[in-house]
Design a protein around this ligand. Structure first.
Ligand code: GCU
Length: 603
């Protein structure tokens, strides 16, 4: 590579050879003017090459001793919630904010796979090595991808394979009924197992390195083993058994809860559901069955505690699921860089191991990419994609460093003013978003259905189990063991004790765990009501400041990119003000407590 001198020596050598690095590890060293990357196989070399790209000039400066790099997690996966056929309610990409699907167009796999190939390269540069190409809600058309339309999946797999990416498919648990003419999908029925076994054989015929199945079962109306009186381990293990001969994995999602709850019923707590369903099954799952657990107990809110299920199944391989697509965090119209949140999750220690260490089944995220020219709709949302991949490679990485890496790679040769400006607008954006939306971990308060923008009571009297219980005296959900739903008791110590009492519960999660009066004094010294007012004013001010920083960067980058972000800042600011005014007015009316600083709140 890059012949640098007259003596025939090379600046960069990529060499196959070193053993003991695994399939994806590599070493890199610089000596005598040559930088050498060594790996046991192609994937390792690929990651080594991208490592050199990240280092930039530093890769070719000075001399340094051999360094070894290996991913901490073997599976680093993106789940695309893409429909092949445009769904009448959910559109083409469910919760997608970056245009149509990269994979599916006009009801079939894209014939022109150049963009898919470019996507594969982008993902490899981030460190991602697996992709599920269709939505976890498997509708009729998409069910056929497993059988008569597997050739289309194979086309996508071929385009992604050169970048070290294995292709996975979301399947419906009812596939044998929907597609095969069996009367049942009972996982213990011999004919059902035979059907899956034959379907899987054909899948591997088409895609020899196929990764496996992703299954959303008995969840939000999807079919599952409960209909046959079977457990989720029965369901997962049947699929694991048919995948096992080929080295495939079943990713079984733990997002199982009652979505037809009666809001009058205070005994059911959606937050408890995943733990209650799955902990009794610990040890029952096959070795190639991974239990895919959302990082929080509810649903990708801007602030949730870490799911207690992640630390509670020592004999199961959990994968932790994040949401890169910003369903509840501004839908790629708002800048909300999630690196600090994910890092908190991955560093959280349910016991003496961190979540990053417990995620033996890998780190998975719902993709935020579509066919938009900027890939992610909001150009700055690319930082979330990159950060996810890098944290999956190294869960204990410093998110701020990853952010600067992304800035350096995306805006090469950026003057300091641009790099600093980008860092400034992204770095605190998650906390700004948290400030102007639902307070203190209580969650939701979004418009039902599409989940964009405020509606404080939008889900309050609904069947979805996502309540804040605000009344004239106070707000929050009592999840203590002593007087509430008992959810706090699902954690090991010290967390169960810490969360149990409002005195020790961290401020940012107070309303997730406790119902408290508006006058309750937080550790910050403020009352809950004053905290609500202050954070909502501050959140909007922070967006105003970020917008001004962005305006000052015009002329320092491609004008189209600058304009796209500028336009989205207008919408973010409009929406943040809407949140501020609705939330503050709502709580002023409920509580009757005036803002100590006498600011304008609309009664
Ligand atoms: C959320 C989201 C749905 C999605 C579901 C899931 O509830 O709103 O669109 O299907 O999560 O994770 O399965």
């Amino acid at each position: 590579m890059r012949d640098a001198s007259d003596d025939g020596s090379y600046d960069l050598v990529l060499a196959l050879g070193a053993g003991g690095l695994g399939d994806e590890g590599f070493t890199v060293a610089r000596e005598g003017g040559t930088t050498t990357v060594t790996a046991s196989g192609g994937r390792g070399l690929l990651y080594g090459l991208f490592h050199v790209v990240r280092l930039g000039e530093a890769a070719f400066t000075g001399a340094w001793a051999l360094r070894t790099h290996r991913p901490a997690l073997a599976l680093r996966m993106l789940d695309h919630w893409d429909n092949v056929a445009v769904h009448p309610v959910m559109g083409q990409v469910e919760r997608g904010y970056a245009g149509g699907s990269l994979f599916w167009d006009d009801g079939r796999a894209r014939g022109d796979v150049e963009r898919v190939r470019a996507y594969g390269r982008l993902l490899a540069a981030c460190g991602i090595n697996a992709v599920a190409v269709n939505n976890v809600n498997v509708h009729e058309t998409e069910a056929h991808l497993l059988t008569d339309r597997i050739g289309e999946v194979a086309l996508l797999a071929d385009a992604l394979r050169p970048y070290g990416i294995r292709t996975h498919l979301s399947v419906t648990f009812a596939a044998p009924v929907v597609l095969g003419g069996t009367a049942t999908a009972d996982p213990l029925d011999g004919a059902v197992r035979g059907w899956w076994s034959e379907a899987t054989r054909r899948v591997y015929e088409a895609i020899p390195d196929f990764g496996g199945y992703v299954v959303k079962a008995d969840s939000e109306g999807q079919p599952g083993p409960f209909a046959y009186g079977r457990s989720h381990a029965d369901g997962a293990n049947m699929l694991a058994a048919v995948l096992e001969p080929y080295g495939g994995t079943v990713h079984w999602r733990a997002f199982v809860y009652n979505h037809r709850q009666d809001w009058r019923d205070r005994t059911t707590d959606r937050a408890r559901a995943a733990y209650d369903h799955f902990v009794p099954l610990d040890g029952a799952f096959a070795g190639n069955a991974v239990l895919q657990v959302k990082h929080g107990p509810m649903d990708f809110q801007v602030r949730e505690p870490v799911s207690p299920l992640i630390g509670a199944m020592p004999r199961t391989r959990p994968a932790v699921e994040l949401q890169v697509t910003q369903e509840y965090t501004g839908q790629q119209r708002h800048v909300c860089w999630l690196g600090p949140m994910w890092s908190e999750v991955l560093r959280f220690r349910p016991e003496d191991t961190s979540v990053g260490g417990l995620a033996r089944g890998g780190l998975v995220a719902v993709s935020n990419v579509g066919d938009d020219p900027f890939w992610t709709g909001h150009p700055l949302a690319q930082a979330n994609l990159y950060t996810f991949g890098r944290l999956a490679w190294r869960p204990d990485a410093e998110p701020g460093e990853v952010l600067d890496e992304w800035i350096g790679l995306t805006f090469p040769d950026a003057p300091a003013r641009l790099a600093d400006g980008l860092h400034a607008v992204l770095d605190g954006s998650w906390r700004s978003y948290e400030k102007y939306t639902a307070p203190l971990g209580v969650g939701f308060m979004v418009q039902p259905g599409h989940h964009y923008g405020p509606s404080v009571d939008g889900y309050e009297y609904s069947p979805w189990g996502t309540y804040h219980f605000a009344d004239r005296d106070g707000i929050g959900v009592d999840r203590s063991v002593a007087t509430g739903t008992g959810y706090a008791g699902q954690y090991g110590k010290p967390w169960s004790e810490l969360y149990e009492s409002p005195d020790t519960c961290p401020d940012e999660l107070l309303l997730f765990f406790h119902h408290v009066p508006y006058g309750h004094v937080l550790k910050s010294g403020k009352t809950v009501i004053q905290h609500i007012y202050d954070t909502h004013f501050e959140g909007v001010e922070e967006v105003e400041e970020a917008r001004a920083v962005w305006a000052s960067l015009s002329g320092l980058m491609d004008p189209a990119r600058h304009a796209r972000v500028a336009e989205r800042y207008e919408e973010q600011l409009r929406c943040a003000r809407e949140w501020r005014d609705q939330v503050n007015s709502y709580f002023l009316r409920k509580s009757g407590v005036a803002d100590a600083r006498g600011r304008l709140i609309h009664l």
